[in-house]
Design a protein around this ligand. Sequence first.
Ligand SMILES: [Fe+2]
Length: 384
Amino acid sequence: MTHLDDRTLTSSGFYVSAEAPIHSDNPVPTPQSPPPDILRCAYMELVVEDLARSRNFYVDVLGLYVTSEDAESVYLRSTEEFIHHNLVLRRGPVAAVAAFSYRVRTPEDLDKAVAFYTELGCEVRREPGGFTQGIGDSVRVVDPLGFPYEFFHATEHVERLSWRYDLHTPGELVRLDHFNQVTPDVPRAVKFMQDLGFRVTEDIQDDAGTVYAAWMRRKPTVHDTAMTGGDGPRMHHMAWSTHEKHNILAICDKLGALRISDCIERGPGRHGVSNAFYLYLRDPDGHRVEIYTQDYYTGDPDNPVVTWDVHDNQRRDWWGNPVVPSWYTEASLVLDLDGNPQPVVARTDDSEMEVTVGADGFSYTRKEDAEDGALQGFKLGETL
Ligand SMILES: [Fe+2]
């Protein structure tokens, strides 16, 4: 639901509001217990079907650093990271996400996490020795939206490799930037994440108030996670930062030279939302990986919330390039705390793909281009 009266149209073509113009008619109750103080998205535990194949993709192709590994798991980190890992690849029978892991400010925040989720009736487990190597006391939960989360503070510190230019590649991945989750009811997810202490930075809506996606942050960037409307709970992507745009182009060149360009799903391009430069890849199991750079600072408490019209063809790509249908429809399963895939619930609100992709499967729909109800293509030439 949109509070349309409270937003201001900018000269850039999107709207701004003082607070998130999103209201849930079906909210998760707000716990009395205060939420843990979350610092940032810290790592993802990813189940992969062929560990050697995935190691090749993330280490040999994308250049992540191996902190440690054994027969069942590989622990990887980005160049600037000083905690043990940003990604765990774990061998398993079904490709899926085992945990979206957040670092909290103090050890006491784990007690808050336990109280917060217990009050909501969620399944909560605490492991003083950590659920993964290099991580200490941790809490894992399945949240009311069906996603598996982890919270931790204690971690083994490792060397930050920023100064090791002898190791760097032209497409260096320097930080884990964000997660992106698929959920049927975006306003319900936003309200729950706000109760957990997140603040909305951007969203996509239509004039009727249907919310198609929302971006939310703890650290002072555009997001630590985004909620994308669709059948869920599923994982849409995880995103790694490079320093600059040219690093992303270097990754594209390398993928071409290795003759594995098929793993490029979308991009490179410039997002409207977040203003970041992007590239979407699919790993050997189909898990989506975004390479991302140069969004903007959002740390002030009155940082304006940006709202894009779902019919603005520059919202997802600032140059107006179309979004491929697989990007809207395909995503990774997520697991419960016992390792079983969570059931996927269908979205009942309007689908962003269906309201924006034309009959040719690619064209976008700019509202003023519609004549007699027929939707027109927006780009010169055909995109097929
Ligand atoms: Fe992203």
